[in-house]
Design a protein around this ligand. Structure first.
Ligand SMILES: Nc1ncnc2c1ncn2[C@@H]1O[C@H](COP(=O)(O)OP(=O)(O)O)[C@@H](O)[C@H]1O
Ligand code: PXP
Length: 354
């Protein structure tokens, strides 16, 4: 219905009162920024001033890395989010020539004051009033990460319904912690409590919950602990029982005081890839919006797209010189456009009752 509305109506103050969907009149409320009228339709809020320009989309502020060559951070997240209907406003927390996986890179790191300047600029022009989502990933500095909490407050003042997805990037099972250790307490004490959705991997789940996670039962227990800290949605992006077996994703959502859980198991592919965690959180955010918070479907679609991207990445390797080997692991994202738009689900998520 929402899509039909989008295509059939150009919303302005003259026709806004005529909005009647099959399920009745849609509600109207004044924009919090005072500049526009918002149309609330099936829990989605449409800014009438944006609609005049032909846009009717969720809008995400994505604060992540940028690389000139390759796909991590915002380079990994932006294209899929856009394909799945999101306006994406990107703040680049770093601008590097390439991902740090190459071992050598050059570029700039966005200072905390520069982050403040960018968000002040947005606020000055009322451009911060239309965000429905905030997405953050890899952060290397305590002050930068702490400032993200201020941004969450700023955006929630404008839109109390803002969904904040935090990927708490801390480390991995085989690599250990790869961010400054003082970030951990910032995640625990400041960021996790204000996030709606978090997407830790198995290692990060253990660190953040304070419990080592070796079995699936451990994982559900740790997820339960993280729910009590704040986030209503906890998704473990990758979990393994041993280093050669299949990979598992676990998702848990609190709905009306009850917890719904789902789990999906799929084969591990040979090879290591960069930017998959960033792709995961972007896809999951988009599918939770697209499916109106259907955990099973969102997990299935997210995993289906990533597996298709990884298989295409594998298939396109040529096996030439070693300098090119990391480059050859760069995600074949653009070539996977149709797998992003219409994922072919091979691995089903199963509901879990504890
Ligand atoms: N070797 C692999 N085989 C299959 N899928 C993988 C592999 N590596 C990553 N993925 C996919 O990427 C997703 C994110 O995993 P990962 O990169 O481990 O996340 P994170 O960066 O949060 O640790 C997983 O859910 C999985 O779908
Ligand atoms: C600059 C940079 N390099 C590399 C990576 C890749 O991280 P991973 O190895 O977890 O895919 C990231 C993650 O966002 C990044 O920001």
């Amino acid at each position: 219905m929402f899509r039909r509305l989008q295509s059939s109506l150009r919303l302005d103050s003259r026709n806004v009162n005529k909005l009647v969907g099959p399920q009745g009149l849609l509600s109207l409320r004044p924009g919090l920024c005072g500049r526009s009228t918002f149309i609330v339709c099936h829990n989605r809020t449409v800014c009438s001033s944006c609609s005049k320009m032909g846009h009717c989309s969720p809008r995400v502020l994505s604060i992540q890395s940028h690389v000139v060559s390759g796909y991590v951070g915002n380079k990994s997240a932006t294209f899929p989010l856009q394909l799945l209907g999101f306006e994406v406003d990107a703040i680049n927390s770093v601008q590097f020539s390439n991902s740090t996986r190459y071992g050598h890179w050059k570029g700039q790191v966005l200072a905390e004051q520069e982050l403040v300047d960018l968000t002040e600029g947005l606020a000055h022009n009322g451009l911060d009033c239309a965000y429905t989502h905030l997405l953050t990933g890899y952060s290397r500095s305590k002050s930068f990460l702490t400032h993200i909490a201020n941004i969450v407050c700023q955006l929630r003042q404008k839109n109390p319904g803002l969904t904040y997805l935090c990927d708490p990037v801390i480390g991995e099972m085989d690599r250990g912690i790869y961010v400054p250790e003082d970030l951990i307490d910032v995640y625990k004490d400041i960021i996790i409590p204000i996030a709606n959705i978090i997407t830790p991997n198995q290692f990060e789940l253990g660190i953040l919950s304070g419990k080592p996670v070796k079995s699936v039962d451990d994982a559900w227990e740790a997820i339960g602990i993280l729910h009590t800290k704040g986030p209503g949605i906890v998704v473990v992006s990758s979990f393994e029982l041993d280093s050669t077996g299949p990979l598992i994703c676990l998702g848990s959502i609190l709905i009306d005081g009850k917890t719904e859980r789902a789990m999906i198991t799929f084969p591990r592919l040979q090879g290591t890839y960069t930017g998959t965690g960033d792709l995961f959180s972007a896809l999951f955010l988009a599918w939770m919006w697209q499916t109106k918070q259907n955990m099973q479907q969102s997990l299935e679609n997210t995993v289906a797209t990533i597996q298709a991207v990884l298989k295409r990445t594998e298939a396109s390797k040529t096996g030439i010189c070693s300098e090119a080997s990391i480059f050859q692991h760069e995600l074949k994202l653009i070539q996977s456009k149709s797998d992003i738009e219409e994922p072919q689900v091979e691995f089903r998520a199963v509901p879990i009752t504890l």
